[in-house]
Design a protein around this ligand. Structure first.
Ligand code: AMP
Ligand code: GLY
Length: 439
């Protein structure tokens, strides 16, 4: 089987590892290609010099190379309709159609959809240039902090948690008048602030049936103790399922995942691929209530790094089952393992950051850890690996014992890796014990 993976970050490196370790991939002597690649991905997939969002270029490549199956990593090509184009051309694809991807690409669509189908989410109102003057009135009806979100894609930065009216007004001005996110900020929503703890749940679906992968917890803020700016994610661990009881897990399926699949079918936007449910688990431990913070139309980064190594059943088989409509026949098996992922970032991230720094310590035999490449590239002579992004790499520790031990393993391996001004949070996973101990 010939596979084309699009995207070239940490999520895609993890997906590539999951695919190439699958029995179905190894048995059939398959080949995998990956758009642009990076020094980690290149070890398991052949790099293709076409950008992930160049849909025409990718289609031409896929037809020429007789690609059987495309796995779409990032949201941008999905939002541009890559799944529709590939399907129309008879190429199997993992990922939702453009219409279905709108659950991520328009926060207003997602919120209106949730209200229509009774899916629990924060109270909100949407605004654009026609009613922007009413935003302050709505803010006054809520208590601070309030949450303001640009409608469109903003690389994880389109959310402001405003502690007062001045911060709220400044952000609204930035996104609407100063257009810091371009057209993505032409409309926006304001919603009430939810308290609790966050959890990322991936449902892999063919539109009718679904399986739920081990839950993960992301660490979105740049600073320790969940302080400072929002990032794409500075670390994760899985499974996070011990944080909730069976009753809460059932609510996530009954009140969130199933209504989404049913609703999307009714809207003529049957949802296939990975439905990423970004949840806030609110309330008292004895009766937690899950609320949707956001949906994404793809796997999360860095949650994928911690979740994929826990899958014991054939991972490529799972992606194929989503595309082929055979999820009900897929038996998900997971390993009795814990995974902790720590992201190493460049100085300056999530703002302007340094690049071009030599990374050392990558060649050690990782053993009980996986080194996942995100923003890395070869030097021109290909003798060195250099930093090339804000989030540079993730180190994923694995342990049969506990989340804590998995995370300690990640830190131990990260201690061998270095580049100038390397930054990583030292408190990944600390909140697991804290949340478990609460209540
Ligand atoms: P989003 O891009 O919608 O996932 O938001 C980014 C981050 O902002 C989330 O991971 C939360 O930490 C925070 N956030 C978003 N919406 C809310 C909310 N209604 N209440 C509390 N925190 C929120
Ligand atoms: N880790 C957050 C995301 O992938 O959106």
């Amino acid at each position: 089987m010939k596979i084309l993976l699009t995207g070239n970050g940490g999520r895609e490196h993890s997906l590539a590892l999951g695919i190439c370790l699958s029995e179905s991939f190894r048995k059939s002597g398959s080949t995998m290609y990956c758009t642009l690649g990076n020094p980690g991905i290149d070890e398991v997939a052949k790099p293709v010099n076409i950008k992930p969002a160049d849909i025409d270029g990718l289609l031409a490549f896929a037809l020429k190379e007789k690609i059987d199956f495309a796995v779409i990593g990032p949201e941008i090509p999905l939002s541009m309709g890559i799944a529709d184009v590939f399907t129309q051309n008879g190429i199997g694809v993992f990922g939702p159609s453009k219409a279905a991807a709108e659950i991520e690409t328009s926060k207003i669509f997602a919120k209106d959809f949730m209200i229509k189908y009774g899916i629990p989410t924060a109270r909100f109102k949407s605004f654009d240039s026609s009613n922007i003057s009413e935003a302050e009135d709505f803010i006054s009806s809520l208590s601070f902090p309030v949450v303001i979100k640009a409608d469109g894609l903003a690389a994880g930065k389109g959310v402001c948690i405003a502690n007062n009216l001045i911060e709220a007004d400044d952000f609204i001005k930035d996104i609407t008048a100063n257009k810091i996110f371009g057209d993505s900020g032409n409309s926006f929503i304001i919603e009430e602030y939810l308290s609790g703890f966050e959890m990322s749940v991936f449902a892999i679906t063919d539109g009718d049936d679904y399986v739920v992968l081990p839950a993960a917890q992301d660490h979105k803020r740049i600073g320790e103790g969940d302080t400072g700016k929002n990032t794409g994610g500075m670390g994760s661990y899985a499974p996070a399922d011990a944080l909730i009881d069976d009753n809460t897990r059932k609510k996530i399926c009954d009140k969130i995942i199933e209504p989404v699949l049913e609703g999307m079918k009714k809207e003529g936007r049957k949802y296939k691929g990975c439905l990423y449910c970004g949840l806030m688990i609110s309330g008292d431990k004895s009766k937690y209530e899950p609320y949707v913070i956001e949906f994404n139309c793809r796997f999360g980064d860095p949650e994928t790094q911690a979740v994929v190594p826990l899958v014991k059943s054939d991972f490529l088989g799972l992606l194929l089952a989503s595309a082929n409509g055979t999820i009900k026949d897929y038996e998900l098996k997971t390993k009795n393992l814990f995974a902790g992922c720590v992201v190493a970032a460049s100085l300056g991230y999530p703002d302007k950051y340094e690049t071009g720094k030599t990374i050392t310590g990558l060649n050690r035999e990782p053993g009980d850890a996986i080194i996942v490449h995100s923003g890395t590239k070869y030097s021109e002579d290909r003798h060195e690996v250099l930093t090339s992004g804000g989030r540079v790499l993730s180190v994923v520790g694995l342990s049969p014992d506990s989340i804590d031990s998995a995370i300690q393993t990640a830190y131990r391996h990260l201690g061998n890796i270095d580049f100038e001004n390397i930054y990583y949070r030292r408190d990944i996973g600390k909140k697991f014990g804290r949340i478990l101990g609460n209540g």
